[in-house]
Design a protein around this ligand. Structure first.
Ligand SMILES: *Cc1c(COP(=O)(O)O)cnc(C)c1O
Length: 221
């Protein structure tokens, strides 16, 4: 077993432990491996080990890596987890199975138009700026309900999940709990929260998807 599959096995074992500790079913938590900056040769061993859900941050980088990998490995589910420009909406719809970073109405309009034109509909999650940080993307928590309703009712874009990145240097649990509350009152079942530093906390707060890079791959180059 090489270092990469070792990292993967460790993270999967810790997810199982965290789910168990939280009294949750192991199957309720999916691992999204954040593979930004990692070349295909470092991703392939994880695919060979059975991992199928991956997250990428940039459309162009994903276009360079994933069509080939998707052709080699059936059942890959590719998530867009980085900021998305409206002019890349169509490319993103073509390549990604899930777009986690829906965060403004101009983008929603571009995505709705792209879905119609291409006849392909990925899943969409809304990104919530759960710590109300000015430098971060995402819908403000107090605007989340109306944003989700507008996506559904005005633009025909169903929001199936919520995603957040909590502020650094503060305990993450209250932020994850807040995201879970927003999801619950909007009848949204998918919660994408938790990264290498805090995915066990996120699982305790109800994460259904954790996005982990460094803990699998080691530090990014
Ligand atoms: C890079 C990234 C991750 C993974 O971060 P690690 O700390 O390396 O686990 C998760 N989510 C997003 C949006 C990212 O950009």
């Amino acid at each position: 077993m090489n270092d990469l599959t070792h990292g993967l096995e460790q993270v999967l074992a810790q997810i199982a432990d965290a789910a168990h500790a939280a009294g949750r079913d192991r199957d309720q938590v999916e691992l999204t491996v954040a593979s930004k900056t990692q070349p295909a040769e470092r991703i392939r061993p994880l695919l060979l080990a059975g991992q199928r859900i991956f997250g990428e941050n940039r459309v162009q980088e994903a276009q360079a890596k994933w069509p080939q990998l998707k052709a080699e490995f059936p059942g890959v589910e590719l998530h867009m987890i980085g900021p998305l420009q409206s002019n890349k909406a169509e490319h993103a719809i073509q390549l990604f199975d899930v777009i986690e970073t829906v965060d403004r109405i101009s983008l929603v309009k571009a995505l709705a138009k792209g879905v119609k034109k291409l006849g392909k509909r990925p899943k969409f999650y809304a990104e919530i700026n759960i710590g109300r940080e000015p430098q971060k993307a995402g819908v403000a928590p107090e605007e989340a309900d109306s944003f989700i309703a507008t996506c559904r009712n005005t633009h025909g874009l169903e929001i199936e999940g919520l995603m957040c990145i909590p502020p650094e240097g503060q305990p993450a649990a209250p932020f994850f709990a807040h995201l879970a509350q927003i999801a619950k009152r909007n009848e949204i079942k998918i919660l994408s929260m938790g990264m290498s530093a805090d995915y066990e906390v996120a699982i305790a707060e109800g994460a259904t998807h954790v996005r982990v890079g460094t803990a699998v791959f080691g530090h990014r180059l």
